[in-house]
Design a protein. Structure first.
Ligand code: HEM
Ligand SMILES: *[C@@H]1O[C@H](CO)[C@@H](O)[C@H](O)[C@H]1NC(C)=O
Ligand SMILES: *[C@@H]1O[C@H](CO)[C@@H](O)[C@H](O)[C@H]1NC(C)=O
Ligand SMILES: *[C@@H]1O[C@H](CO)[C@@H](O)[C@H](O)[C@H]1NC(C)=O
Length: 371
């Protein structure tokens, strides 16, 4: 019996030894935090960078940022933008970065506008990153980079389901079907098919609107756990316009993405040869057009397919401040109910940075006090 009572301690010890510096602390119990926190070095987070001074189009697939194939142990995930920035060395090529590195990379490499860059980066970091070490993993070790032990949820990074990552992606499957992060060739074929049918062979806003709706209908019809509430409700529509705003060469700037370029980003994390970033800072321009073509209420299936039920507690496009407030009050507070000491301080600092991405229209909320 004695050895049996030792088991929890041994399991915990194994988890501590295995705890990577980039793994998220979100959702750990007080006991787990007590054993993990002393093993991690605290790194004071630097404030988010400001906007680029020069936002003109320029060559970004340049000599200083060559695409390189994955190495053993490199991490990639569901976001083709971040995967590409890592494979070109705008982010550390291993796929683990600080929020400041991510903001600098998405601004420099893709000309993402400063406030949305801050908002998505700290939103993701607060739920999927490690706020003590200031590191965020953009996913997990890929199949190409060698055997990866079955990952416990704690090494999910951006792959972690239902906090930032969500259902009805264009080129990644729903988590319910077992892989929410790797490029899915069948889904990309549908992306091409829709681009042929609605865009004359290019992905544009007309295609984005139809494909967004199709992916939602697919999930309603096949995924009993389909969830389409805030923040996923917003990110799904935003990500539908990102390929148009960020993956079209800045010298063309015509909102028409060709299929070779699309495949290059989505599948190979690679900028086309001679690629120029967009001309001028971009965010989610076009999102209303995609939404209004087939408006949806936020909601989800309720345990069986074809049972889509609106959720009136979710934020939607009429109340964007609720996106921020619910994310802080419910998502973050739920993952960190009672942080103390350095952890509380790190959360508060990152919450302040996150709020800088919102603009002055929404009141700041302070789940852990103001200091
Ligand atoms: C200019 C910068 C960025 C671009 C061009 C970009 C592009 C995209 C696109 C097109 C998708 C949709 C993939 C699909 O539906 O198949 C996506 C998904 C995603 N992006 Fe990004 N992204 C950018 C920045 C970021 C940042 C800063 C973060 C977080 C730190 C992020 C996290 C994610 C995540 C977690 C997903 C997966 C969502 C899901 O499918 O559930 N992205 N991104
Ligand atoms: C890709 O997505 C299709 C359609 O949802 C699915 O049937 C298939 O199993 C997925 N493939 C992989 C390798 O996950
Ligand atoms: C998308 O392409 C199709 C085919 O060329 C065109 O009819 C449609 O107007 C385009 N939509 C946008 C928003 O550019
Ligand atoms: C969030 O919590 C604050 C208190 O910390 C409260 O004033 C505010 O009304 C809450 N907002 C929502 C949407 O729950």
């Amino acid at each position: 019996m004695k050895s049996f009572s030792l088991l929890p301690a041994l399991v915990l010890a194994a988890r501590v030894i295995a705890f990577p510096s980039y793994a998220s602390l979100a959702g750990l119990s007080e006991r787990e935090l007590d054993s993990v926190l002393p093993t991690l070095g605290y790194r004071e987070p630097a404030p988010p960078p400001g906007p680029l001074k020069d936002t003109s189009a320029k060559l970004v697939n340049d000599k200083a940022h060559p695409w390189k194939p994955l190495r053993r142990g490199d991490i990639r995930g569901p976001c083709p933008g971040l995967n590409t920035l890592a494979s070109h060395g705008y982010l550390p090529r291993n796929g683990v970065a600080t929020p400041v590195q991510i903001i600098n990379a998405i601004q420099e490499g893709f000309n993402m506008e400063n406030s949305i860059a801050i908002f998505v980066t700290y939103g993701a970091h607060l739920v999927d990153g490690n706020v003590i070490t200031d590191l965020l993993s953009i996913g997990r070790k890929t199949p190409l980079t060698g055997p990866d032990p079955p990952p416990p949820a704690i090494v999910g990074g951006l792959n972690t389901h239902a906090v930032f990552e969500g259902d009805a992606s264009m080129t990644r499957g729903d988590d319910f079907f077992g892989n929410n992060h790797d490029f899915n060739a069948t889904l990309f074929d549908q992306f091409v098919d829709f681009s042929n049918r609605f865009g004359g062979g290019k992905y544009n806003l007309t295609v984005a609107a139809e494909l967004r709706f199709q992916r939602i209908q697919d999930s309603i019809a096949t995924n009993p756990q389909f969830s389409f509430v805030s923040p996923r409700f917003f990110t799904a529509y935003a990500e539908s316009v990102f390929p148009i705003n960020f993956f079209v060469d800045g010298r063309r700037n015509d909102g028409q993405l060709d299929m070779d370029a699309a495949r290059s980003f989505f599948q190979f994390h690679r900028m086309p040869d001679d690629f120029f970033r967009p001309n001028g800072a971009k965010s989610a321009q076009g999102i209303e057009r995609v939404f209004l073509a087939h408006p949806m209420l936020p909601g989800g299936n309720v345990g069986q397919i074809n049972s889509y039920t609106p959720d009136p507690t979710s934020a939607d496009f009429t109340n964007p401040c609720l996106l921020y407030e619910n994310f802080v009050n419910q998502t973050i507070k739920g993952l960190y109910p009672n942080p103390k000491g350095k952890l509380r301080k790190a959360l508060n600092t990152n919450l302040d940075f996150f709020y800088q991405g919102i603009g002055s229209g929404c009141a700041q909320v302070f789940p852990y006090g103001r200091d």
